[in-house]
Write a protein that binds this ligand. Structure first.
Ligand SMILES: NC(=O)c1ccc[n+]([C@@H]2O[C@H](COP(=O)([O-])OP(=O)(O)OC[C@H]3O[C@@H](n4cnc5c(N)ncnc54)[C@H](O)[C@@H]3O)[C@@H](O)[C@H]2O)c1
Length: 446
């Protein structure tokens, strides 16, 4: 098929390269000229494992092209995917200005029949509004479909090529059949393609994200209770997850969820419900628990130092909102770093992929950008761990102790075994597990 993708960010680029992988002709367009230039030079504008090979293959087979000219995309594509940002507006609603601007520019250019597919996460009712807009502007030329994306950053290529399910919202059987055919090669193992109405497709996406976010917040709330009563959240997680009705995934307690999806999508879902006179209490509680979880982590650090953070130096491992991505949107690390800087602390930060984004987003923050994890530790009072990157999992404890001023770790991801850290002589404060004071107990800390 002849496909166009508008917006080649995290979702659009994976979609474009993933669709070219099965022989479709795909043209990607973005308003960010620098992004298009880099892609044309064979450079990836984002970090996503395995995506470089896919993009390279698509380009070398002449199946994947990038353009800064929307006319080119409109001329060549019969199916146009919209993978545009839908960030949070001030009241929590999704900001649809990118989407409507794209609709306007498309309406001014489309002359032949097109299927327009929203991959962006958009509030219920958006596909219907888009259809009405195009029916008024270009009667009979544009069919709108909803096709929410469920990929996870860090596993985006795998998730796109082998999705658990594909959800397609359309009232039109011909459009449904076309999109069904498009996705068949990705579901050969038998994973389902669900065809439904626009509203159900749009709400399936929000409900899925909110439910996953709810699991995380639920475990974080139980972790806080575990800390009070002396229980261990790891054991609770295992005990719960073994129940097949619950399942093992998304039960890890930690510093809370971040990224470009869960925070904004839970806010947008709650905002949509309010519009209809409903309060989604579970979704709102999920948001609140997540916000207070970051504060809870900061307070742990603050209380360890009895409120005296000014002048202290902290090493930071991990800025990205999760491992295997360079995405720092709404990353918990960002908020905690901001609070530490405001409290007068010095920071030595390291992340395997996200430092360029940190520098770009916060150029004026007085941070030391470390060359590797150990460089960050040099002379620091403690290590703060925010992202579960593989390379942080088995560090050299002796080297850490040699570099840190004091062997103290605050772990927002529960990466280490408290018993081992006790043995190694660290103070180790994690989430939902008893604190270890192996270092300070030797200093007669009261
Ligand atoms: N990132 C994820 O993991 C993920 C997963 C599922 C769904 N989504 C949803 O997908 C959508 C896109 O998310 P993303 O993370 O890829 O965002 P992104 O910011 O990485 O990418 C969006 C791209 O669109 C471009 N753009 C903006 N306006 C444009 C226009 N008028 N024409 C062409 N390009 C334009 C931007 O320059 C950018 O490159 C959002 O709605 C998001 O909620 C994201």
């Amino acid at each position: 098929m002849q496909i166009g993708v508008m917006g080649v960010g995290y979702v659009g680029l994976v979609t474009a390269a993933g669709l070219a992988e099965t022989g479709n002709f795909v043209i990607g367009y973005d308003i960010d000229q620098a992004k298009i230039d880099r892609l044309r030079r064979g450079e990836l504008p984002i970090y996503e494992p395995g995506l470089d090979r896919l993009v390279e293959r698509g380009q070398s087979q002449n199946l994947l092209h990038f353009t800064e000219r929307l006319e080119e995309l409109v001329a060549q594509a019969e199916l146009i995917f919209l993978a545009l940002p839908t960030p949070s507006g001030p009241d929590g609603h999704a900001n649809l200005s990118y989407l409507w601007q794209a609709a306007e520019t498309l309406a001014a250019r489309i002359q032949t029949p097109k299927i327009l597919i929203t991959k962006s996460t958009v509030p219920v009712g958006t596909a219907r509004k888009l259809q009405a807009f195009f029916d008024a502007r270009l009667p009979g030329l544009v069919q709108v479909a909803s096709n929410p994306e469920f990929l996870r950053e860090g596993y985006a290529v795998e998730d796109f090529l082998k999705p658990d399910r594909v959800v397609i919202g359309t009232p039109d059987p011909t459009v449904a059949e076309k999109l069904h055919q498009l996705y068949l090669p990705y579901t050969r193992q038998g994973n389902p393609i669900y065809i439904m109405d626009w509203e159900s497709a749009e709400l399936t996406k929000y409900a899925s994200n909110a439910f996953l976010a709810l699991r995380v917040s639920f475990m974080n709330e139980i972790a806080r209770l575990a800390e009070k009563v002396g229980a261990n959240i790891d054991m609770i997680r295992l005990g719960m997850g073994a129940d097949s009705r619950i399942g093992r995934r998304y039960l890890f307690a930690g510093i809370g969820f971040g990224g470009s999806c869960f925070p904004k999508d839970t806010r947008a879902l709650a905002a949509t419900a309010r519009e209809y006179g409903l309060q989604l209490s579970l979704v709102e509680a999920t948001i609140t628990v997540n916000e207070t979880q970051r504060a809870h982590f900061f307070e742990k650090v603050e209380s360890y130092y009895r409120g005296q953070l000014s002048g202290r130096t902290f090493a930071v491992w991990g800025i990205a909102f999760k491992a295997d991505t360079d995405d720092i949107r709404e990353a918990p690390a960002i908020e905690v770093i901001q609070r530490l800087l405001a409290a007068g602390a010095h920071l030595r930060v390291f992340d395997p992929a996200a430092l360029p984004n940190l520098q770009k987003e916060h150029p004026n923050w007085p941070l030391y950008y470390a060359k590797n994890p150990y460089d960050a530790l040099e002379g620091a009072d403690a290590l703060l761990l925010f992202t579960e990157w593989g390379e942080f999992r088995q560090p050299n404890w002796q080297k850490m102790k040699d570099l840190l001023r004091h062997p103290v770790i605050f772990d927002g991801r529960n990466l280490y075994d408290p018993a081992l850290l006790r043995q190694e002589g660290f103070d180790y404060l994690s989430i939902g597990r008893a604190p270890v004071y192996a270092y300070s107990s030797t200093l007669a800390r009261s």
